[in-house]
Design a protein around this ligand. Structure first.
Ligand code: ATP
Ligand code: MG
Length: 409
């Protein structure tokens, strides 16, 4: 496959096929155009490709002249979407970035004609490949060697690169977990030396990288690096939980976590957090309310599974999805149950949600009840009794039971 120090990929994955034509058209118009970033890296690693990024020496105005239909997607950064054969393709003009006075965003983006200068601003050597439409790979920073040695190495001077953009430190840890690669020594040392710069970065962006890290193939590695580099001191909430995080980092987490709800639930469980602390952690990490509510349910499910008991009321409240999320987390400890067993337990609940109860406020009022708080309480009691199998979910039976309950109070 290797020709001199050029490398050529013979059979490009299907994701590149349509986009190739766009690159060819740009080249026919006298400009350079390449695939860049993660798609080239993942192709070289034989991994599935997410998004195909393309870069060109043509300025946005020139791209707009070449193609009939374009959309100014991120024109200030040089990104134009080209419509070609009824599909959209994002093309970004080569650029350099300068400034970075705030340790996160460049003050100035300059469009340039040089591929090399564009690749130089990229974060890691394995993210700084370019590939021609014919599959020829351009590797100006020895990314190939780092791929072979499974290393995450900053392009250029690591210290400077993390000073320009502190998020790159979290990205290093994230790619380390996603690829199960080690952070190269100097890059690691530079993270350790600059970790406090993470304070400058918006929590939402740290959150995205952290979750990608936890959902990677080697989250234990990622956690160990967050601890080893001291980054954990500068992410929300974690600095009081060093010993718990160390314990978590020593668990075999590979292939267990499949979504963000599970990630936060595992953390809540391992950090031994009360409900109020879970809310606090998730608020500091800027998680959505919906995410937080899900996690609170999953943690309930975890406690239930830990006790090796299936309680109808719990599985009704938790819901099937979060029950399965809890089960995924408990798989880490070998305390999971068969999914089918849990599905069956949920499916055999007399009702799955309150709306399935065969009475509601309206029907009870028709049967002579007065609106008010007592009515609500009666309905809740009926719901509980139906879930526990004490009363059948049948309207006449329920109304009679409601009268009984009202008389008792
Ligand atoms: P993924 O598979 O997660 O999309 P990716 O490598 O495509 O991985 P992106 O975040 O989509 O990662 O970024 C695309 C490319 O842009 C990277 O490969 C890298 O070359 C460059 N890049 C992204 N963010 C930064 C950054 N903060 N600093 C320098 N270069 C960056
Ligand atoms: Mg990408």
């Amino acid at each position: 496959m290797k020709e001199g120090n050029k490398m050529k990929i013979e059979n490009l994955p299907s994701e590149f096929i349509d986009a190739r034509k766009v690159l060819q058209v740009i080249e026919q118009n006298g400009f350079e155009a390449y695939f860049v970033g993660g798609s080239v890296r993942d192709t070289l690693l034989n991994l599935p490709i997410h998004d195909v990024d393309m870069a060109t020496s043509a300025y946005p105005a020139e791209i707009k002249k070449i193609f009939k239909r374009t959309i100014d997607t991120g024109i200030e950064h040089g990104t134009v979407t080209v419509m070609f054969d009824h599909k959209g393709f994002e093309i970004t003009t080569f650029r350099t970035e300068s400034g970075y006075q705030d340790f996160r965003r460049p003050d100035k983006v300059t469009f340039i004609r040089s591929l090399k200068e564009d690749l130089k601003r990229r974060d890691f050597t394995i993210n700084a490949f370019a590939m021609k439409e014919n599959g020829e790979v351009i590797d100006l920073f020895n990314g190939m060697e780092d791929l072979q040695h499974h290393l995450i190495r900053a392009v250029g001077d690591a210290n400077q690169r993390f000073n320009e953009d502190a998020l790159r430190m979290m990205r290093a840890v994230r790619f380390g977990s996603q690829l199960n690669f080690k952070i190269e020594e100097k890059t690691f040392a530079a993270i350790k030396a600059n970790c406090q710069l993470l304070k400058k970065i918006a929590i939402e962006r740290i959150n995205v990288e952290f979750i990608k890290m936890m959902l990677g193939i080697s989250p234990s590695r990622g956690l160990q690096e967050i601890l080893g580099t001291d980054l954990f001191e500068y992410v929300p909430f974690f600095n009081q939980y060093l010993s718990e995080l160390k314990h978590l980092a020593n668990l075999d987490l590979s292939n267990h976590l499949t979504n963000e709800i599970q990630v936060w639930s595992l953390l809540a469980f391992e950090l031994n957090l009360k409900q109020s602390q879970i809310r606090k952690m998730m608020k500091l990490w800027k998680c959505s309310n919906k995410m937080t509510e899900n996690v609170l349910q999953v943690v309930k499910g975890i406690k239930m599974l830990q006790n090796k008991q299936i309680v109808s009321l719990f599985i009704y409240q938790i819901g099937l999805n979060n029950l399965l999320n809890a089960n995924h987390v408990m798989e880490i400890y070998g305390l999971n149950q068969g999914e089918e067993e849990l599905e069956n337990a949920f499916n055999s609940l007399p009702i799955k949600q309150k709306a399935e109860l065969n009475v509601n406020g309206g029907s009870l009022i028709k049967a002579g009840f007065k609106p008010g708080p007592q009515l609500g309480k009666v309905l809740n009691d009926l719901e509980l009794m139906v879930i526990n199998g004490e009363v059948e979910n049948d309207q006449i039976t329920l109304i009679n039971k409601a009268k009984e309950l009202a008389n008792e109070n």
